[in-house]
Design a protein around this ligand. Structure first.
Ligand code: XMP
Length: 518
């Protein structure tokens, strides 16, 4: 049976909120998967879901480039819920009419709903719930068989149902937190009306993953894995080690851009505790040489990415028996919608991941976390007994301290940054203040300023302290630490770190700033 059988297949019509729908469904214990319209029928047949959700999207159903689905999808007897564009597509496909909400100019933001009748889709939802709308078109005439089950003032059809065919539609977005009763609505559809089993548990998947890894690599296949010490590659490593033991060869590249104690921590955990055949490659010289004289942030990122690939490839090739390349790729990285909808989101920063390696290496990928979200990976990590300090640790960028050492990266600047960063982390973590924070770190600024220490004049670098809260790194707020903690951080950095004589506080949110400085 397919892994997702009985789960929910979400068709992405280019929605901003597609991942949110997938998350909401998984939060109710039902497996969910996102696909693009072009692959919907194929995925439907291979996955055999218990329900289909059609997402919203930015187009009008009448636009020449509007995404469409084969109408066969509605003939399989699988319950379908269309959200926003999804409802409009259903309407048009089944012979109803959609038109621009011209006079009202569309409906954006919060709207009071008026539930009509007593449909089970609205069980447990207030009759005048406030919901989140965001649409320019509206349903003008429902197809045969459908009835209106909710409306709002500008929108005569805010929700509709055809119970005989188990087809449903919502003009508003139940997946966003601004929609009251949205979670109940989704649950009513997925669990009560479609009958999807609520058996998806990150816990129950550990053994499935182990089995799947064994099945993929066979009796004597070997895997090389780039271990960064972050949550994803660590969880992937432990899963693979559980599956194939010493046939896993984790490689940790020390790029010289790591935080204080990081390499020792990785060695202690994976070599001493898990007894893995860990290879540590000290490539710090190569990275520092490559970065010498470079100040442009994008060039720095590209150089680091290139050297990483070179070093890793060389080590992977030396492991001649390994035909598999392990990666800790997560679901948000593989969701197809990005490519399918043009996905030309502007490159703000070239993110550095292990991607790009496999084609050159001619190795087959093993990616056990491909269908998991970050918080699910954390649950799996805990289940595997990984230490809480690792599972819950703050994100650390692939290019490491290089993007926090503004301007040219030198060994001496890295030393000062590493010491300052260790102080920031210690003062926050020892008071347990990090639980509500997304990231907290020091940044070395490429400016010198005058100070006085003892009776002598100093002329040294400044550093910034960056502390942010966030849900997903897409947006972030700066957070203010208690004044006594800030005072202690500043005193310690200025007194203990050679080369720094001034500490500043970064009070910028994202957007318009980004979390990292480069
Ligand atoms: P920005 O600076 O774009 O960062 O607001 C968003 C989040 O991504 C992390 N980050 C990276 N993570 N490779 C990564 O794996 C990278 O190249 C990279 N650059 C930034 C950053 O720490 C923040 O959590």
């Amino acid at each position: 049976m397919s892994a997702g059988a009985g789960g929910v297949l979400i068709v992405d019509f280019g929605a901003q909120y597609c991942q949110l729908i997938a998350r909401r469904v998984r939060e109710m214990g039902v497996y969910s998967r996102i696909t693009v319209p072009e692959r919907a029928l194929f995925t439907l047949d291979s996955m055999r879901p218990g329900a289909v959700i059609l997402s919203g999207g930015p187009r009008s159903v009448y636009a020449h480039d509007a995404p469409h689905l084969p109408a066969e999808i509605l003939e399989r007897g699988i319950p379908v819920l269309g959200i926003c564009y999804g409802l409009q597509w259903l309407t048009q496909a089944l012979g109803g009419a959609v038109q621009p909400a011209a006079e009202s100019g569309g409906e954006y933001g919060r709207t009071a709903l008026e539930v009509v009748g007593d449909h089970p889709l609205f069980r447990g939802v207030a009759r005048n719930a406030t919901v989140w709308m965001s649409h320019g078109d509206k349903v003008a005439a429902l197809p045969d068989g459908f009835v209106t089950i909710a409306r709002s003032t500008p929108c005569p059809v805010a929700a509709a149902a055809d119970d005989a065919r188990r087809l449903y539609g919502l003009q508003f977005h139940p997946e966003v937190t601004h929609s009251e009763g949205g979670t109940e609505l989704l649950r009513n559809f997925v669990v009560d009306l479609a009958g999807c089993p609520t058996t998806w548990r990150p816990r129950s998947i550990v053994e499935d993953k182990v089995e799947a890894i064994r099945a993929q690599v066979g009796e004597d296949g070997e895997i090389v894995l780039g271990l960064s010490g972050g949550v994803d590659s660590s969880v992937a490593a432990v899963l693979m080690h559980r599956a194939i033991g010493d046939r896993l060869h984790p490689v940790f590249v020390d790029n010289g851009l790591l935080r204080q104690g990081e390499r020792d921590g990785v060695e202690a955990l994976f070599r001493d505790h898990y007894h893995m055949d860990l290879e540590v490659v000290d490539a710090s010289r190569q990275f520092l040489d490559g970065l010498a004289g470079v100040t442009d942030p994008e060039r720095k990122r590209k150089i680091i990415g290139r050297i990483f690939v070179e070093v890793f490839q060389e080590r992977a090739r030396s492991k001649r028996k390994a035909h598999f390349l392990g990666q800790g790729t997560l679901y948000p990285d593989v969701i197809e919608s990005v490519a399918a909808h043009g996905g030309a989101t502007a490159t703000i920063k070239s993110h550095h991941n292990v991607g790009g390696l496999p084609e050159d290496l001619g190795m087959e990928l093993v990616e056990p976390l491909r269908d998991l979200f970050k918080d699910e990976v954390r649950v799996v990590g805990r289940e595997l007994g990984l230490p809480a300090a690792l599972v819950d640790r703050q994100p650390f960028p692939g290019p490491g301290l290089a993007v926090r050492c503004l301007g040219e990266v030198t060994a001496d600047k890295l030393r000062a940054l590493r010491e300052a960063d260790a102080i920031v982390r210690h003062e926050i973590e020892s008071r347990e203040l990090h639980r509500d924070l997304w990231q907290y770190f020091a940044v070395l600024l490429p400016v010198k300023s005058v100070g006085v220490m003892g009776d002598a004049r100093t002329y040294e670098n400044a550093c910034a302290v960056r502390v942010v809260s966030s849900q997903d790194a897409m947006t972030a707020d700066w957070e203010l630490l208690p004044v006594e903690v800030l005072r202690r951080i500043s005193n310690r950095i200025i007194n203990e770190v050679k080369g720094l004589n001034r500490v500043t506080l970064d009070i910028s949110s994202k957007p318009p700033a980004t979390i990292e400085w480069e």
